[in-house]
Design a protein around this ligand. Structure first.
Ligand SMILES: *[C@@H]1O[C@H](CO)[C@@H](O)[C@H](O)[C@H]1NC(C)=O
Ligand SMILES: *[C@@H]1O[C@H](CO)[C@@H](O)[C@H](O)[C@H]1NC(C)=O
Ligand SMILES: *[C@@H]1O[C@H](CO)[C@@H](O)[C@H](O)[C@H]1NC(C)=O
Ligand SMILES: *[C@@H]1O[C@H](CO)[C@@H](O)[C@H](O)[C@H]1NC(C)=O
Ligand SMILES: *[C@@H]1O[C@H](CO)[C@@H](O)[C@H](O)[C@H]1NC(C)=O
Ligand SMILES: *[C@@H]1O[C@H](CO)[C@@H](O)[C@H](O)[C@H]1NC(C)=O
Ligand SMILES: *[C@@H]1O[C@H](CO)[C@@H](O)[C@H](O)[C@H]1NC(C)=O
Length: 615
């Protein structure tokens, strides 16, 4: 593994590679100013990328990418860049419950928003995607809720329309405009006709669709999906993902003289895969393709930094970039393989006046920026990159409440992060949880909290949250005296809890608890040292290496007194379709009505990247 601190990477990405070649084997003018791409471009939970280059209008010369978000809300994040290197969150397509109320009811962590396709056509931005209810049988047509959003200005959250629904028993849907004025949706279909890429004519304004027809069956890989059609030199090029979203994932292409096919497969398929390699970057697939202002093509795909063992990948599927050679008049494009650092022709070099990505009302930070939000008083709302699981209950959150200015307050939800017994549902009541994506292999996430639990089961803490069935939590919880699994003296040298425990009754404890399909450490329960009771505490999660997190606690502002309660493997949160979110929760563990009980106040919130593994 190569570990580069972020600051060095910033320098490295500007390095010029000396070369004297006149032209590349692909006919591109090579430059003696090749650039270096550092992957992933969107680290952390940003799967199924779909990206465009905006040639005109107020956002001319900007690249814009959408990614899928499953049950996370706000959903469908949008990241913009002018140079393909620096990416900034500019908002979310799904930014208010009224656009798609059904996200409140999705069951299962693999449900929610699947792969979106972002397109710009005739001065309008379109986003087509599927809200999937993955616990419903495949024969149930209500499993697939296909939707269309549109906006005049993606930077303005209110500009994004409500969902327009259309009938399709499948997923990975995209709009395509043909030269003759007809509009189609292409999508992936999983069962009635066998796995296939299908197409129907559509009215994007009303959602009315024509008859669905299979246009390609893929090259024989499992689950042909993620179709994108591009028109070029009189051909229709069809790009697809095959092999499933695990280590066999790959990108294949085919072309036809007609939008309806028949499509002939590229003899050089797959055009992009890291299957059967030892690369850190695995599961490469689900790609999209776009050209910059100079006519250079670029591909984006999802990838998992797991290595071939595919056991430790808490950040899940991330977005990666690669140069694609597609000179005019050539047959199929040639994709450079995905790696942590790739030499490419020059990255777009925006003119000085276009160098900055404009902020919108809901813009967040650059993707590589840390959180140093020390108070919650500067802005009325939460930072744009803060994320909930399904819609938040607005009554459960307050920024800088009158009783404790400068803090973030969470009222407890009845349900904990696991939710109901099946672990899949939280319903419209929601779970009091807000976090931000893990975006660095190594990081430190720490919050200072004030929390005075009142009744048994009252709990607040920090979590590495992947799904309702996969999360590792370190919290403060009120439990009967004598509940500890380990003594205060041994966990916190120099401290004990004798006087609080002698009183009997309920005692605040520090508890680590994990849940996963993959083995997790046994719960650790320790009575809080008596001198810490009633004071502010720091709860910290640190990725100490490629495979492990350390969970620590101590009195706020006294870092030397922090003690690690447990180290846990991140394999427990390496699973499925999502990526880890680091955040704060507050719950009564099912013992009180929703919203009733002791709130937690977050005084300080820090996330610092401490290193990316790229090799
Ligand atoms: C999700 O599961 C819950 C509990 O099993 C059930 O009540 C609810 O109807 C389900 N929701 C949907 C949208 O299927
Ligand atoms: C796809 O496969 C099905 C089932 O094998 C076959 O009936 C159909 O003709 C094929 N479609 C195309 C476009 O190749
Ligand atoms: C990976 O190797 C296996 C076994 O040789 C082979 O079946 C598969 O097609 C390969 N996958 C790709 C995408 O090359
Ligand atoms: C410059 O980038 C192109 C595109 O990736 C590549 O084909 C070429 O080999 C690179 N040149 C050098 C000297 O690395
Ligand atoms: C607990 O700590 C206090 C303060 O350090 C000390 O006075 C007391 O003796 C300790 N009690 C036990 C049972 O160790
Ligand atoms: C990471 O740290 C843990 C705990 O110290 C250790 O058990 C594990 O072997 C380390 N893993 C690596 C890849 O260094
Ligand atoms: C979550 O809360 C339920 C009660 O609603 C409780 O049975 C369960 O033990 C809790 N579990 C976890 C891991 O949070």
């Amino acid at each position: 593994m190569i570990f580069l601190p972020t600051t060095l990477l910033a320098l490295a990405s500007c390095a010029l590679l000396p070369t004297a070649l006149a032209s590349s084997p692909w006919g591109h003018p090579t430059s003696n100013r090749n650039s270096t791409i550092h992957n992933p471009i969107l680290p952390g939970f940003h799967p199924d990328p779909s990206c465009i280059f905006i040639p005109d209008g107020v956002h001319a010369q900007t690249f814009l990418c959408a990614s899928s978000s499953f049950n996370a809300f706000p959903g469908i994040p949008l990241h913009a860049s002018v140079d393909l290197q620096n990416w900034k969150l500019i908002g979310h397509v799904l930014n208010r419950p009224s656009q798609l109320p059904r996200l409140a009811e999705t069951n299962r962590s693999t449900s929610g928003i699947w792969a979106p396709t972002l397109r710009y056509h005739d001065k309008t931005f379109w986003l087509v995607t599927t809200l999937v209810d993955d616990d419903r049988p495949k024969e149930d047509s209500s499993r697939w809720d296909n939707v269309i959003f549109k906006a005049k200005d993606p930077w303005d959250p209110m500009s994004w329309s409500k969902a327009v629904h259309f009938e399709f028993e499948g997923y990975d849907t995209e709009p395509f405009w043909d030269a003759d004025g007809k509009t189609y949706i292409n999508g992936a279909h999983a069962w009635q006709v066998g796995p296939a890429i299908q197409q129907a004519e559509v009215n994007l304004e009303t959602g009315e669709v024509g008859e669905w027809k299979t246009i390609w069956n893929g090259t024989g890989g499992m689950a042909p999906e993620g179709p994108h059609i591009y028109r070029r030199d009189g051909w229709y090029y069809l790009l697809a993902a095959e092999g499933g979203t695990g280590v066999d994932h790959m990108v294949t292409m085919a072309r036809s003289r007609s939008v309806h096919g028949p499509f002939e497969a590229n003899p050089a398929n797959p055009v992009l895969t890291n299957a059967n390699t030892t690369s850190l970057f695995q599961t490469v697939g689900h790609a999209d393709l776009f050209a910059d202002a100079s006519g250079n093509y670029w591909g984006v795909a999802l990838s998992t930094r797991s290595g071939p063992s595919y056991l430790n990948y808490p950040m899940g599927r991330e977005t990666v970039l690669t140069p694609v050679s597609w000179p005019s008049g050539s047959d199929f494009p040639i994709w450079s393989p995905i790696s942590g650092t790739t030499s490419s022709w020059p990255l777009p070099n925006p003119s000085p006046k276009n160098k900055k990505i404009p902020d919108g009302p809901m813009s967040g930070p650059y993707i590589t920026e840390d959180d140093h939000t020390t108070t919650f008083s500067n802005k009325p709302g939460l930072p744009a990159h803060f994320t909930h699981w399904r819609f938040p209950n607005p009554l459960h959150y307050a920024v800088s409440p009158p009783e404790k200015k400068g803090t973030l307050k969470l009222n407890p939800s009845k349900l904990n992060l696991t939710g109901l017994e099946n672990g899949n549902y939280a319903g419209a009541q929601g779970q009091s949880f807000v976090g931000r994506r893990q975006q660095d292999t190594l990081f430190r996430y720490a919050i200072d909290i004030d929390f005075v639990p009142e009744k048994e089961g009252d709990e607040a803490g920090v979590s590495v949250f992947l799904t309702q069935n996969h999360h590792l939590d370190l919290g403060v919880v009120l439990l009967p005296a004598g509940s500890a699994t380990t003594s205060t003296e041994s966990t916190f040298p120099g401290h004990n809890s004798s006087s609080t425990e002698e009183k009997g009754g309920l005692v605040p404890h520090v508890r680590f608890r994990g849940i996963s399909y993959i083995p997790v450490p046994e719960p650790v329960v320790v009575a809080l040292p008596e001198y810490w009771v009633g004071g502010s505490l720091t709860l910290e999660i640190k990725a100490i290496n490629f495979t492990h997190y350390a969970f620590s606690v101590g009195p706020a502002g006294r870092r030397s007194e922090m003690q690690t309660v447990v180290t846990a493997s991140n394999a427990a949160v390496s699973w499925g379709f999502t990526g880890t979110i680091l955040g704060v929760y507050c719950t009564s563990n099912g013992r009180r009505e929703n919203g009733v009980g002791a709130p937690v106040y977050v005084r300080k919130w820090v996330y610092e990247g401490e290193g990316q593994f790229r090799d």
